[in-house]
Design a protein around this ligand. Structure first.
Ligand SMILES: Cc1ncc(C[n+]2csc(CCOP(=O)(O)OP(=O)(O)O)c2C)c(N)n1
Ligand SMILES: [Mg+2]
Length: 364
């Protein structure tokens, strides 16, 4: 354990030991003005997209489960943006903005939330099951921790084909208590699979604080498997982006699986039917986080301070992304519901003459 502990790179701690302003200036220099403004634009797009989904849910255009990612945008953009098109991303159910970050278009993503035929999963998956094999966005999964085993499978397929892609697997902090997670981490370690397990550590699983369900912090859960572990500030896009740029290259060159504790915070309730705060966290905690750790205002302020953005330009940027989101909602509204016959398609890959499907070659 002591050896594995030594490998833990706690970037947030490293950063805290140095002068915060210097670290930010140094990180800003890695990016061009256009790149920095692009980060702000994309995170604003994610935020406006989620706000539109919230509004559409309230008026009954979206039904079922719907989990918003508001507050966690710098994790999605920074840990997916630097990836290649042929890299894989797989996630849980809080995945709308991750899908957008992987290049899925806003219109078909919104249409999926609306349950329409023009949706990325043809309206049959809904909010929790966004999927696009071509763009290598492998879902959207509702079973907590279930995607970790699929990520190991994706990692295995990359190795088997001798590819140099990576697979980034997002999971929530509550998922580290699931059996599938532990089996997947162990197999990934033994087989040196190119999988980066990212825990979006927002400190809560529904209404349960992580410290109530674990004797050790999230970051220590990777160490028992001999997997290098990292802790990052998930509210700072400069940190998340630079971090993944380096880590993905290391994994491509054979560094094997990685475990990342991305510290973040959910600004909304667990899902649309849950309150923002209540018995499990105080109103004050939420407002303090929003005030100090909103990834969008953090970057906006850096840009203002460095004279890389004016208030007017910010407003133009916001108007542009709002137009993209409005268009996405119109696309969803205009798309038909799946036809009744679609109830019977995409359920099984193919039924035999007896109306059954076996995956082991039997036909009866
Ligand atoms: C196997 C399983 N158990 C329970 C649930 C019910 N459930 C849905 S979300 C959730 C909490 C997950 O929290 P976390 O992994 O921290 O992700 P977050 O919602 O914070 O993004 C639970 C218990 C489920 N979907 N799957
Ligand atoms: Mg959580």
């Amino acid at each position: 354990m002591a050896e594995a502990m030594a490998e833990t790179k706690t970037k947030a701690q490293e950063g805290a030991q140095r002068n915060g302003t210097d670290v930010t200036a140094e990180r800003m220099e890695r990016f061009s003005k256009d790149e920095l403004r692009g980060f702000l634009r994309d995170m604003l797009l994610f935020r406006r997209f989620e706000e539109k989904a919230e509004e559409a849910y309230a008026i009954g255009k979206i039904g079922g489960f719907c989990h918003l990612h508001i507050g966690q945008e710098a994790v999605a953009l920074g840990l997916i943006g630097p990836l290649r098109e042929d890299d894989y991303v797989i996630s849980a159910y809080r995945e709308h903005t991750q899908a957008l970050a992987k290049g899925l278009e806003a219109g078909p993503v919104m249409a999926e939330l609306y349950g329409r035929d023009g949706g990325v999963s043809r309206g049959k998956g809904g909010s929790m099951h966004l999927f696009d094999a071509e763009r290598r966005f492998m879902g959207g999964h509702g079973i907590v921790g279930g995607q970790t085993a699929l990520a190991a499978g994706l990692g295995w397929s990359i190795r088997y084909r001798e590819g140099d892609q990576v697979c980034v697997c997002f999971l929530g902090d509550a998922a580290v208590n699931q059996g599938a997670f532990h089996e997947s981490m162990n197999m990934a370690a033994i087989w040196k699979l190119p999988v980066i397990f990212v825990v979006e550590n927002n400190a809560y699983g529904m209404g349960t604080a992580f410290e109530r369900v674990s004797a050790v912090p999230v970051v220590e859960r990777g160490e028992g498997y001999g997997i290098p572990t990292h802790a990052i500030n998930g509210q700072d896009i400069l940190e998340t982006w630079s971090f993944m740029e380096e880590l993905a290259e290391e994994v491509r060159s054979g560094a094997g699986p990685q475990y990342v504790d991305a510290r973040t915070y959910r600004f909304k309730g667990h899902s649309m039917s849950d309150p923002v705060s209540g018995t499990y966290r105080s109103k004050e905690e939420v407002s303090e986080k929003k005030e100090r750790e909103d990834p969008i205002t953090v970057l906006r302020d850096h840009l203002f301070e460095a004279d890389l953005l004016s208030q007017e330009e910010l407003e133009e940027m916001d108007a542009e992304v709002r137009a993209v989101v409005d268009e996405a909602a119109e696309f969803a509204d205009d798309s038909p519901f799946p036809a009744d016959e679609e109830l019977y398609t995409h359920v099984y890959s193919e039924l035999n003459e007896h109306g059954r499907l076996f995956l082991d070659g039997r036909d009866r």
